[in-house]
Write a protein that binds this ligand. Structure first.
Ligand code: NAI
Ligand code: CS2
Length: 501
């Protein structure tokens, strides 16, 4: 079958396709972390801005990051994009219905070792936005404090080779420095990662990095560059070969770069930009807004969606469920997840103008969407980077306000069991986490004593704040939850939990 390209696009069976305004536009954005989510969210929205309003907002994507001094998993997507003239399809699926949109907003996709080319774009005055979806670990920060981890191998390299950066932070500081020296107005660094106060986290690590390089540069950045926060939401699983086959069949041409997602989409952006930006809020796509306070929206999403997503990931995986929708077909899990939302998470969430009950109803529906094969294993990865904003901040709030948080503590216990690397049938779990080696060591040394396991995990100050680690109620509940989990298993423990509340 022919591959999707400028030659074959007319044959493609898609509801929406690029137009001339898109095809003739120039580059205006560099995106670091050109993964599935960016392709189904910011790139699709920017594509629609150009289709409906014009503008030079084509995107240069940077992908396949180096991890700890060597390249990350080679997906080869850069070459796949080149062979498709940088066209790809977003498949929006709801159960058995799928609609296709071909995206033409991508100028090219670069591998993160093409440093000169990447910095050439990032230092061009035509580039006005540098956005990021580099995963929580890409910020090279300590999740519990927000400060830059100066011992991170990528950071160590870049502090001595700023003209040849490996880390996203190094690329940002190198480009900001060059633009300043050449009198070019700064771009807006726009983080779209699942981190609380993500713009503040990005600014913190950029300032920490610049301080090591040149304190005056750090002071200048602090005074002259905004780092807006943004809350992003659209469930976008890793694309599987089954997805590619299904989308290709419907499209009528081969698309090896496609992504599949849900109809729901939301983007709440802090209105603080250093330069021009696309009118993202002015397209035919709903649920995109500019505001001066994103934090309440981030709290709502990171706690109600991502907190229950990670609960499903760890407890669902240990129960033998491969995907979110499969887990939610277990009525005990569906009851447990709604209980977490209503009783343990909602008390710490409030957003003016948002109907929280309707938002939670919608979340439960979204999780049951059978068009998405969102793997519990994928959501379970990088827990050391995710737990603070998804579980621990809500638990801390509950402990301070005398709210029962035993369900979330149960989810933390499931994470501890998951990172042991062995499931309930004794099979190996492929634990993906920057601290996976540390977790394996703790289990190897302390697997005979649950209280010792809990003590060692709580001592991980990159994850658990000192205050939480020293909280006796939390520690006792965690020991009890892990004991029950080991004794009865995840599926039975969930059933016991909802029968007891
Ligand atoms: P993905 O695995 O498709 O892409 C991850 C991207 O991050 C790749 O381009 C990779 O090169 C880059 N990356 C990985 N490690 C890095 C590092 N150390 N430094 C710099 N870049 C690095 O993942 P996906 O689905 O695109 O998600 C990426 C991020 O987007 C998530 O971590 C999350 O923060 C955010 N997000 C994802 C959603 C989803 O449903 N997939 C929804 C909402 C937000
Ligand atoms: C998921 C998120 O993989 C994960 O950690 O919880 O990527 C989730 O799909 C998005 O935040 C939904 O907006």
């Amino acid at each position: 079958m022919n591959v999707l390209s400028t030659q074959t696009i007319d044959k493609a069976n898609a509801q929406i396709k690029p137009n001339t305004q898109i095809n003739t536009a120039d580059v205006g954005i560099v995106h670091l972390g050109f993964g599935a989510f960016h392709r189904a969210h910011q790139a699709l929205i920017t594509n629609r801005v150009m289709k409906e309003h014009g503008g030079n907002w084509k995107i240069v994507g940077v992908n396949n990051w180096r991890a700890a001094g060597k390249f990350g998993s080679e997906t080869g997507i850069e070459s796949e994009f080149a062979s498709q003239d940088n066209l790809y399809t977003v498949a929006v699926g709801q159960d058995d219905r799928v609609e296709l949109e071909v995206i033409g907003a991508i100028q090219e996709v670069l591998f993160s070792n093409q440093v000169e080319k990447i910095l050439g774009y990032m230092t061009s005055e035509n580039v006005k936005v540098v956005s990021l979806t580099i995963t929580e670990k890409g910020y090279c920060h300590h999740p519990s404090t927000g400060h830059l981890d100066l011992n991170n191998p990528l950071i160590q390299h870049d502090l001595h080779n700023i003209s040849q950066p490996h880390s996203a932070i190094g690329f940002l500081v190198s480009a900001i420095k060059t633009r300043k020296e050449n009198g070019i107005a700064p771009f807006t660094p726009l983080t779209c990662d699942n981190l609380p106060e993500n713009g503040h986290v990005l600014k913190r690590v950029v300032l920490d990095f610049a301080e090591q390089l040149d304190p005056e540069l750090s002071q200048w950045i602090d005074a002259n560059i905004h780092f807006p926060c943004s809350m992003v939401d659209r469930i976008v699983p890793q694309t599987t070969t089954a997805d590619i086959d299904k989308i290709t069949t419907q499209l009528g041409v081969q698309d090896n770069c496609c992504v599949i997602t849900e109809p729901f989409l939301q983007w709440v952006i802090e209105d603080k930009f250093n330069n021009e930006r696309p009118a993202w809020e002015s397209t035919s796509i709903a649920n995109i807004m500019l505001t001066d306070d994103v934090i309440p929206f981030e709290n709502m999403k990171l706690r109600l969606l991502n907190g229950t997503h990670s609960s499903i990931a760890y407890l669902g995986y240990l129960s033998g469920y491969q995907t979110v929708s499969e887990t939610m077909r277990d009525p005990n899990f569906k009851t447990f997840i709604r209980y977490l939302m209503d009783k343990e998470i909602s008390p710490s969430v409030s957003v003016e103008g948002i109907d929280l009950e309707a938002y939670k109803d919608q979340l439960i529906e979204r999780y049951q969407n059978t068009a998405l094969q969102h793997r519990t294993w994928q959501i379970a990865m990088d827990g050391s980077q995710k737990l603070p904003q998804r579980f621990l901040q809500t638990i801390s709030y509950g402990l301070e306000h005398n709210i029962d948080i035993s369900g979330l503590v149960f989810a933390v216990a499931a994470w501890m069991k998951y990172v042991s690397g062995v499931d309930e049938q004794g099979n190996a779990i492929d634990v993906k986490d920057p601290l996976s080696g540390k977790f394996a060591q703790i289990w190897q040394q302390h697997s005979k004593s649950v209280s010792a396991l809990v003590k060692e995990f709580l001592a991980l100050d990159a994850i658990f704040s000192t205050q939480l680690a020293n909280n006796r109620v939390f520690k006792a509940q965690l020991i009890d939850a892990l004991n029950r989990l080991i004794q009865y298993g995840a599926k039975h423990s969930v059933q016991q939990f909802i029968q007891a509340v």
